[in-house]
Design a protein around this ligand. Structure first.
Ligand code: URA
Length: 217
């Protein structure tokens, strides 16, 4: 049931590991037939130095366009930050066919299917985690992982077989990993966090500037 993309496995269109998400997607395929309505595959450089891990596809963003963070508020901020720090080529246009390419960066989500109310439950995080584990293991040139939000951070720490108490979440927190790699975390670039100023563009860009200094050009 799994299909091979790049050098790691992603959930296929009819993945049924999460009954609630599967039922939700089947409903959305009827209601919104022009939408992607399936697990959203990772996007970007197949052999990146930076892996960005979001939470889960947004209903009218990634779940519509089929590309992580594409077509919603969070994506406007994320793709602008990537462009500003030299991680992309082309102009982000909010659709999967905008011609944008990522340089040294791959973007994925802790949970690959859109969840009701944007909130995956614990069992869904657990069921989807092995995809992230083998993805991180397969990316041999990886130097840094950036997690957007606490759920992404906690999932990524667990996906690497590490203990949350040794790797606590914090905005702009940096943890050293084995092999000289680093784990960076940021508040999620959601509309809520930016509207409430929990996360400003400056705070977000500072994280990217640090990552750029760490991995070089
Ligand atoms: N879109 C995604 O793909 N992931 C998020 O976490 C938010 C929006």
């Amino acid at each position: 049931m799994m299909e091979q993309t790049q050098n790691f496995v992603e959930p296929d269109r009819d993945c049924d590991l999460c009954p609630r998400l599967r039922a939700f997607l089947l409903e959305k395929r009827k209601e919104l037939p022009s939408y992607h309505n399936a697990p959203v595959p990772s996007f970007g450089d197949p052999d990146p130095s930076l892996l960005i891990v979001g939470l889960a596809p947004g209903m009218h963003g990634a779940n519509q366009t089929g590309r992580p963070f594409t077509g919603d508020w969070a994506g406007d901020l994320l793709y602008a930050a990537l462009a500003e720090h030299g991680f992309s080529d082309g102009i982000y246009g909010g659709t999967a066919d905008d011609g944008l390419s990522l340089k040294g960066v791959q973007i994925t989500n802790a949970v690959r299917c859109v969840p009701p109310q944007n909130k995956p439950i614990g069992a869904e995080c657990t069921a989807c985690r092995p995809f992230l584990t083998q993805q991180i293991e397969a990316l041999g040139r990886l130097k840094a992982i950036l997690c957007l939000g606490k759920i992404s951070h906690d999932n990524t720490v667990r996906a690497m077989g590490l203990r949350l108490k040794d790797y606590p979440f914090g905005h702009h927190k940096i943890h050293e990993l084995q092999g000289g790699r680093r784990l960076y975390s940021s508040y999620h670039c959601s509309r809520y966090n930016t509207n409430t100023k929990r996360l400003t563009e400056e705070m977000f860009y500072d994280v990217f500037a640090d990552i750029r200094r760490f991995i070089g050009s």
